[in-house]
Design a protein around this ligand. Structure first.
Ligand SMILES: [Fe+2]
Length: 304
């Protein structure tokens, strides 16, 4: 891949690693630690990465062991490449386990150096919020998870923290917002039931600010769109790839993994390069749910 232009911040955007603490297979079919290793090996030669982002569903089971996998393996990659590491919780994450290992998600700073954290206690009802500065860009994480539910929402607390972060000292080269549930239409009925419920509130919070890009995950497939004039990029999943061509009422995914390389230029331009990491040795279908199963999953995930 071409090296980034001078003054550009290159971001390696990973999402939906769905790591398990005990090595259990995701949806009974995918070894997500192996999938993550495959992605990290594939992107190892990409030059000039200054920031690694994991935009939620870091863990499948919320265990401290699963967060240690991301800290050690993605953190190790970032450290070797001199890159910062930022993660945000998704609907599968549990805030207690996340905080125990990753604190507020701003794990490594510029140059891959560990960030200091005051480990003050927050109950799981309080969203995980944080911000740091990487290469002149303010990186703000917004926790869209809703404890016990699969859909997403930017709570009043999270919105207030986002507004406060963006109202602070202007970042020399703008801000990056990282969250799990994308403020974009969903590809299937299941994802539609589990989408971000208040994208308008997020739009109001970022409109007219210095936010240059919103990085999201959750849909396990690469999407690009915009919100309030700001580009929104959804990373492909590490765990699997949603079949976006299938029936609206059913849900399938392929055994496939990927990442985005997002370049943020000094003049505010943004562009991204999807990296596909196929797994030719695996069964191509990760899982399939018929319409009845999808309805049951929706009922269980939206009760909260
Ligand atoms: Fe998700």
């Amino acid at each position: 891949m071409q090296p980034p232009a001078a003054g550009t911040l290159r971001v390696l955007h990973l999402s939906d690693t769905h790591l398990t603490g005990d090595g259990a297979l995701h949806q009974g079919s995918v070894d997500t630690t192996a999938a993550l290793e495959g992605v990290l090996a594939r992107v190892d030669s990409i030059p000039g990465v200054g920031l690694v982002v994991v935009s939620g569903d870091v863990s499948e089971d919320g265990s401290a062991e699963s967060y240690a996998v991301v800290r050690d393996r993605v953190g190790g990659w970032a450290e070797r490449h001199g890159a910062a590491l930022v993660a945000v919780p998704g609907n599968h994450d549990l805030r207690e386990g996340f905080r125990q290992v990753l604190a507020n998600g701003h794990v490594l700073g510029e140059g891959g150096r560990p960030l200091m954290h005051t480990m003050e206690y927050h109950p799981p009802t309080v969203p995980v919020s944080g911000q740091s500065v990487v290469a002149g860009r303010r990186v703000v994480t917004v926790d869209t998870s809703v404890p016990g539910a699969g859909y997403g929402e930017v709570s009043e607390t999270a919105l207030e923290r986002l507004r406060t972060a963006l109202a602070g000292e202007p970042a020399p080269d703008g801000s990056i917002v990282v969250l799990h549930h994308p403020p974009l239409p969903a590809p299937t009925a299941l994802h539609d039931a589990l989408k971000l419920r208040n994208p308008g509130a997020l739009a109001d919070a970022i409109r007219g600010t210095d936010v240059r890009v919103v990085l999201a995950g959750h849909y396990h497939h690469h999407f690009a769109g915009s919100l309030a004039g700001v580009p929104v990029l959804v990373a492909p999943g590490v765990a699997n790839d949603t079949d976006v061509t299938g029936s609206w009422s059913e849900e399938s995914a392929y055994v496939d993994a990927g990442a985005l390389v997002v370049d943020l230029a000094e003049d505010g331009s943004v562009w991204s390069t999807p990296v596909r990491v196929p797994r030719p040795d695996a069964d191509p279908l990760a899982f399939h749910m018929d319409a009845e199963t999808v309805t049951a999953v929706i009922d269980a995930s939206t009760a909260g």
